[in-house]
Design a protein around this ligand. Structure first.
Ligand code: IMP
Ligand code: MG
Length: 188
């Protein structure tokens, strides 16, 4: 899908599910909880799952007042539609060795659970000191693989959502809220 340059993305939105202010307030809360849970732990490393989690990571990282490092991992699990292809692959790997480090995976959304299950296994094999998962959104109705998620921002219903980093066909990531698109957008 190539969107014309003069298209206003807001005209494609059916409804806003989570407004900007609610997102910001919840991310700050999650940051406070993470600070409490990692008190006394020196080397916290946040791993952002690209691309979807880049906005969440930027806000969560700034919500933390404690020192931490960041790294990025590129994972591809979807084609250009709204259904997972089922196959997960690494398209960009970490820059650093995580052996002995305290690692927190930062993900946009857990849907079937396949992406995080794959990432979790892959990172555990690299012997981190600890490994936890933080997901902004959770669609529990869609779960196919059971994955332990330590921090969840919002549980949402089974609808395809965009905004705040999440895309449809690589568009809509820049919307500052979480929204559902009009049905005709999916029809192309
Ligand atoms: P899972 O492997 O099925 O859990 O899917 C996780 C990945 O699929 C996420 O990292 C997202 O990139 C993508 N995804 C799942 N649901 C949505 C959605 O509603 N909107 C946009 N992307 C989604
Ligand atoms: Mg993603």
């Amino acid at each position: 899908m190539v969107a014309p340059a003069d298209r206003d993305l807001h005209q494609d939105i059916d409804r806003v599910l989570i407004a900007d202010e609610r997102l910001q307030a919840r991310v700050r809360e999650m940051g406070r909880q993470i600070e409490i849970d990692y008190r006394g732990i020196d080397d916290l490393l946040l791993i952002c799952v690209l691309k979807g989690a880049f906005v969440f990571l930027a806000d969560l990282s700034r919500a933390l007042h404690r020192p931490h490092q960041l790294d990025f991992m590129g994972i591809s699990s979807y084609g250009s539609g709204t259904q997972s292809s089922g196959a997960v692959r690494i398209v960009l790997d970490l820059k650093q060795d995580i052996a002995g480090r305290h690692v927190l995976i930062v993900e946009d959304i857990i849907d079937s659970g396949r992406t995080l299950d794959y990432m979790r296994r892959n990172l555990l094999a690299r012997s981190p000191a600890s490994l936890r998962i933080c997901a902004l959104l959770d669609k529990p109705a869609r779960r196919e693989v059971d994955v332990p998620v330590d921090y969840v921002g919002f549980h949402i219903p089974d609808a395809f959502v965009v905004g705040y980093g999440l895309d449809f066909s690589e568009i809509y990531r820049n919307l500052p809220f979480i929204a559902v698109l009009k049905p005709e957008v999916f029809a192309g």
